[in-house]
Design a protein around this ligand. Structure first.
Ligand code: FMN
Length: 356
């Protein structure tokens, strides 16, 4: 069985320059090694339910990302539904550089789900203890587990025991300002065998309000020896640099910042970790990419559901380029998928910001 942090090796670049807090100009190339898996660069795509599906993860990875995390899967439901070959393929469980996230509140289902995913090729399992949604916390899953660390640790230990692949944990700073217990959870999770932590710099009760507090993640980093990843409001290389400097974290995780900009992780990796700069598509090339993403979604979900699910992505792309509002509306209300594909060419290339 994998024994938690002991199989991690954490390597800095050739000059061995670390991420000293406050010394944000001296960030060097880093990679994280998890057992036989190298996470390089340490710039990861966050799980976003309903957004980071397989087509979007593939697109982000085509530009470059050290790791992408699947949308959360409810443990008990997944085990009881016994996904067939097709569903498993769609989950992308065994896709390269992908971690599969599970949520739940009962050790037995969490352990069985983790084992099922591992049997189907998952290379990393992430446990969700950060989701603030009421339908999740009312079921005592997600961030609700921060109010009962003994139970949280029981779940973590059950998952670590159940699988050989590395297990990671994603959580927040605490439940609320009176319960900032991420460091304690981190210490106990490390002792239970967790290999990496991602901390969203907000409490559960903040939901997504205010600014993520990157400096508060520093206490968690100081509490453990396993790698700690900073998350929350990292939307640019500048923000990533500031988050690393304030937190001393080993890497960053980007969620909403990648919406409409699937290349942003690669831009962060280029700016901070010396990776080649991505070729950011513009004009006709961008329209091709957007159409390709749209068609991948139609194929993945089927035309009816795919057309609906794609709308938020298309909206973000059009916001990025500044598509005139009448054309934007036409794209987003059109139900004929062939017509949407045709309109996209115009909607993306005639954007005001691109033309400017
Ligand atoms: C629509 C949406 C869905 C999310 N789904 C998940 C999820 O399935 N699992 C999880 O751990 N976090 C989830 N999160 C939280 C994100 O992973 C991330 O921690 C948060 O958005 C802060 O990072 P960001 O500012 O880079 O987006 C979700 C957030 C949003 C906005």
């Amino acid at each position: 069985m994998f024994q938690g942090g002991s199989e991690w090796s954490f390597s800095c670049g050739s000059l061995g320059i670390g991420l000293a807090r406050g010394n944000c100009t001296r960030i060097n190339q880093l990679s994280l090694q998890v057992a036989h898996i190298t996470l390089d660069p340490p710039v990861f795509l966050a799980p976003l339910a309903g957004i980071t599906d397989l087509p979007f993860r593939n697109l982000v990875q085509s530009f470059g990302a050290g790791l992408v995390v699947s949308e959360m899967v409810a443990s008990q439901e997944m085990v009881q539904a016994k996904p067939g070959v097709r569903e498993r393929a769609e989950l992308g469980v065994d896709a390269r550089g992908t971690s599969v996230q599970i949520a739940g509140r009962e050790a037995v289902w969490m352990a069985r789900a983790a084992r099922m995913l591992e049997d189907n090729g998952a290379q990393l399992i992430d446990i969700n203890m950060g989701c603030p949604a009421k339908k999740v916390t009312n079921g005592y899953s997600g961030s609700a587990l921060m109010r009962d660390l003994d139970h949280a640790v029981t779940l973590i230990a059950a998952v670590v025991e159940a699988v050989d692949v590395p297990v990671t944990l994603k959580t927040r700073l605490g439940w609320d300002d009176d319960c900032l217990n991420a460091s304690e959870l981190a210490r106990r999770a490390e002792a239970a065998g967790v290999s990496m932590l991602t901390i969203h710099g907000r409490t559960r009760c903040q939901f997504y309000k205010g600014q993520a507090d990157w400096s508060a993640i520093a206490a968690v980093k100081d509490a453990v020896d396993i790698p700690v990843i900073a998350n929350g409001d990292i939307t640019s290389p500048k923000a990533a640099r500031a988050a690393l400097a304030a937190s001393g974290a080993d890497g960053v995780m980007v969620g909403r910042g990648a919406q409409g900009r699937p290349w942003i992780l690669a831009q962060i990796a280029a700016s901070l970790f010396g990776k080649p700069a991505p070729d950011v598509p513009q004009g006709a090339q961008l329209a091709d990419m957007v159409r390709g993403h749209y068609e991948a979604m139609l194929e993945f979900y089927g035309p009816k559901l795919g057309g609906r699910v794609a709308r938020k992505h298309l909206g973000w792309y059009m916001d990025e380029v500044g598509t005139p509002s009448a054309l934007r509306r036409e794209v987003l209300t059109q139900s004929d998928t062939k017509r949407v594909s045709l309109l996209l060419e115009q909607a993306i290339t005639c954007g005001e910001r691109q033309a400017a």
